[in-house]
Design a protein around this ligand. Structure first.
Ligand code: NIG
Ligand code: FE
Length: 426
């Protein structure tokens, strides 16, 4: 008798495979062919054509979801998910004609989120961020990056990063933390940028790293934030501690940040609307991922497109992320970002889907565990009720009911997948 799928995802799923390149590039199958994924003890044990499942796996419970499409679990590789307050007032200001830079100079922008974040307790920040994270998880996110950068003082940056870790544990999702102490100049350091950067490099980063709170280090390199030289100081501090770097690069102007980041072996350069040919060449040489953030581009009504054709021609992997933050991208749907990456940036559907899975995992240094369905990896995948993978980037504001296997657990069963032979689970 078929029974409901159990919390453990042990079993054999058999169904349709999306285009090769998204789902299982290491198991080439014709588009639309039927495939099986064998899961046991939290890991994918085998992937391949339905008719070739090895005998020893055929005793496992069999999932009844043959019409579904499988993708790797989604990866949101750039978020500022933990913060106090919200900034809807700035949305109204921009509608009235103010630019992002003008709002920032008028005391709004990042610094206004800093005030609200400093005023919030760790518990309050957790309570605010948990539903945001849940919204992303409901859509199949299996790994997410969460940055600090709204504390800008040791105790408040620590608070953000601790909450990020707690969210991962409480909601059962892989969280990579990024220290973004160099996000903006805190008001108490006005006119003393070099003193603040010294604090970031010599006090904040070493202390937070020693507490195990820093998986990567980021900087906002921009004329309204930090200079190239200041960015390099922070990268040097990260390098001394053996922590990988990434960069908010060339969002509003070409600062040469991407080339610098590439010299430090950056995992990713993010935004990059104003990225130059030199920046692209440096990223290619370093294997740095280009993270596209169409939510911020859209919200700011930017007109400078990132150099997609040149990135594509150079073979630089392109990831797509929400950049969830209260100022420039209050976005909580990675599928909507895939849609925008196609519509606004002209990515193809396979590029956009690789951008929210495989390449996003690489941007976090998680390419060995996330972003692909392959044997030997932790089981992180999503079964979607769609006939064509293009549907994943096509619907606007619709979250399809999906079945999610996260870290080997059946985290959601929107498809109401039943399992035949579940009684036999050891
Ligand atoms: O990624 N560019 C800088 N940081 C954020 C914006 C943060 C904010 O405005 O609060 C971003 O877009
Ligand atoms: Fe950002």
């Amino acid at each position: 008798m078929p029974t409901r799928a159990q919390a453990s995802a042990d079993g054999v799923w058999q169904g349709v495979v999306p285009a090769a390149g998204l789902c299982m590039p290491d198991v080439p199958l014709p588009d639309g062919a039927s495939a099986s994924i064998v899961v046991q003890q939290g890991a994918v044990q085998w992937v391949g054509p339905c008719e070739a499942v090895p005998a020893r796996w055929q005793v496992l419970p069999r999932w009844q979801a043959a019409g579904a499409l499988a993708t790797p679990g989604l990866v949101d590789c750039h978020t500022h998910l933990v913060y106090g307050g919200q900034r809807a007032n700035e949305f109204a200001m921009r509608l009235a004609g103010a630019t992002y830079e003008a709002v920032a100079k008028a005391g709004g922008g990042i610094v206004s989120s800093v005030r609200a974040t400093r005023d919030a307790s760790e518990d309050a920040l957790f309570a605010l961020a948990a539903p945001r994270l849940q919204a992303l998880l409901d859509e199949g996110v299996c790994a997410i990056e969460i940055k600090s950068g709204y504390g800008l003082a040791l105790e408040h940056e620590r608070k953000q990063l601790r909450v990020a870790r707690q969210l991962g544990e409480a909601l059962g999702v892989t969280v990579r933390t990024t220290f973004l102490g160099a996000h903006a100049l805190p008001p108490e350091y006005a006119g003393r940028s070099s003193d603040y950067i010294r604090l970031v490099c010599e006090d904040m980063l070493p202390a937070l790293a020693a507490e195990g709170l820093v998986d990567a280090v980021d900087v906002f390199c921009e004329r309204i934030a930090f200079t190239l030289a200041e960015t390099e100081q922070v990268f040097q501090a990260a390098q001394r501690l053996g922590i990988p770097v990434k960069l908010h690069a060339e969002q509003l102007s070409d600062m040469g940040g991407a080339a610098l980041a590439a010299r430090y072996g950056a995992l990713s350069c993010d935004h990059i609307e104003h990225l130059s040919a030199d920046g692209i060449a440096a990223m290619r040489a370093a294997g740095t991922v280009a993270v596209l953030l169409p939510g911020a581009y859209y919200t700011l009504r930017d007109t400078q497109l990132p150099p997609i054709a040149a990135l594509r021609a150079a073979g630089v992997p392109m990831a797509v992320s929400t950049d969830h933050n209260p100022g420039t991208s209050p976005a909580l749907s990675l599928l909507l970002m895939a849609n925008m990456a196609c519509t606004l940036f002209r990515l193809t559907v396979p590029e956009a889907l690789a951008g929210i899975t495989t390449h996003a995992a690489r941007a976090l240094g998680l390419q060995e565990s996330h972003g692909l369905i392959a044997s030997g990896r932790p089981a992180n995948f999503v079964l979607w009720p769609v006939a064509d993978q293009a549907e994943l980037a096509y619907w606007l504001g619709h979250k399809p009911a999906c079945t999610i296997v996260r870290q080997g657990r059946l985290a959601a069963n929107g498809l109401a997948v039943a399992v035949a032979g579940a009684d036999h689970v050891a």
